[in-house]
Each structure stands twice: as C-alpha cells, then as structure tokens.
Design a binder for this molecule. Sequence first.
Ligand SMILES: [Zn+2]
Length: 319
Amino acid sequence: MERATVGIDIGGTKILGVLFDPERRTVLARRQLPTPRQDPTGLAAAVADMIDGLAGSSAIAGIGLGVPGLVDRRGILRYGPNVPGVVDFDLPSALRQRFDAPIIADNDAAHAALAEHQLGAARGTTEAIIVTQGTGIGGGLILGGRVHRGANGFAGEPGHMLIDAGGVVCACGKRGCWETVSSGTGLANLARSAAAAGGAARIVSLAGGDPASIRGEHVSAAYEEGDADAAAVIDELGRWVARGLGSLVTLLDPQIVVLGGGLTAISDRFLDRVRSQLMDSVVGGPHRPVVPVVAAELGAEAGAIGGALAAAELALSRT
Ligand SMILES: [Zn+2]
C-alpha cells in the first residue's frame, strides 16, 4: 500500500489526528483541537475538518477513529462517560457522506493498545495489558497476539471495575470505579480527600485556595517543590493503581503491563510504588514471575497512531 492513512483519537478534552505512512510506519503530519463536548454534530464536523486538514489534496487509504467509550463492532459509540452528550452515535456513517476511504471506529484505548503492541512498549509480546490513564482510564487487552474485543466490542474497560465501594462517584454515575482513584481525575480526588482531612495545604494553595479546583498538575507541582503531602498523595495513587492492576494480572496472567497517559510522567516515585506493590496484589505473588510494569513508548499519539494502523489493516483487507 502506498497511500497514507489517517488516525483520529477523540479524547475527553482534545482530538488528536495523525497522517500516517503505514509502509514506513511514520507520522507524516499531526493536528490537535479541543473536543466539542455534548454535541455529536459538532464532533462529526470537527473530525471531518481535521481529516481534510491532514490529507490536504491527496487521497487517503483509510480512516481509523478512536472514540472514548463503548464502541460496538459496527463502530457505533453506544456510551461514553467522558463525552456525556454523545450516546448511540454513528460517527463512521456521518463521515462516509464526506469521505470515500474505508472507515473503522473502535475504543480509543483499544487503538492505543494496538499501537503499543505493534510499534511500542508491548511489541514482541502475545499477552499484554495496556492501561491508559487520562481524564479516565482506558484499557486494551492483547490476548493471543491480538486486541481482544469481546462479544460486542466492549471488552477492556478496567476504569469502571469497582474497587472502592463507598468511594467517590465516577463520571459513569457509579460509586468507587477504579478511575475515581487511579486516573488524572483520581489523582485530584485523592488530593481533595487529603485536603478534606486537613492536609495538602500546599496543593490547595497552588489550586488557588479552593480544594474543588485541585487538578493533577497541582499535585505534581507541589511534589516537585518537595512537598511531603504531595508525595503521600502520589504514594496513595500508586497503591490504588497496583491494586487494580493486581486484579487484572490475577485474571489474565500477562507478560507485561504497559501504562500510558500522563500519570507516568508525574514522577518516578509513582511507577516505583506501582512496581513495588503490584505482586502483593496478585494471588500467589511471591510464587510467580514478576510482571514488568513499563511506561508506554508512543506518548499522547498512541491512540491516533493505532487508529491509523487499524485503518491500514482494513484497507489492506479490502485490496
Ligand atoms: Zn465508572
């Protein structure tokens, strides 16, 4: 195949797109814009403009869309807790009116997993868990060398496993999902709990004095200043992440766990805590090989690159 493909990753806050050369496996161009929330028509128009902008006047071989939520096997977004106004939305059909190229849509984290498996930290493995920690938590499972989709296409949603009964309410409406204590939102939630208990003074001050305004970046900024409360919040984050991963490892027995998204960058302390506590959360931990926990290699572009790879596979299957 000579022509490039387009991969689009629709996140809770931004849309990222790449023009990708499947032969050389390189990104040729990239674009980014804020996600129009609660508006399917605006979302489709924004994605179409982005594809036009990336492709320019050249024909493209395929389009791969990564959407944050439950995407069925026909590519319809059934439900996405982090794009609340967008339900039962058939984005591929909306785009087919404008583009001739084959279009595939899947969960954004499944695309990120495909990219990390083919080109990134999980390459060479056949059993891998890829967890992407952003606004929420996305997951992709590589089982038997392929992305595992499940009966309906909905497999790999670890962010909504119940882990903290009685905890904070999640974007999905349930209480105590893993992402309420282990995503970017989760980091802020943990810092707010520390503030409510009378601590985290420096974090609250960096957030302008209002605990409700705390975001993950205030925790990492305080930690970089040497703040002990921020270090304690990061330790707690590590504990929760290790607990959730422990359940996944117990269930799936992977060769490797890959963590993507922004949280691995907050400090080495976070990954160290996860690694040191993971095997304690796995049944028979001392009697099994240690499962390596590594940072994803493709960064914020993993989902978009995975979309482009999925589009290339689809185009190839049709030639
Ligand atoms: Zn949830």
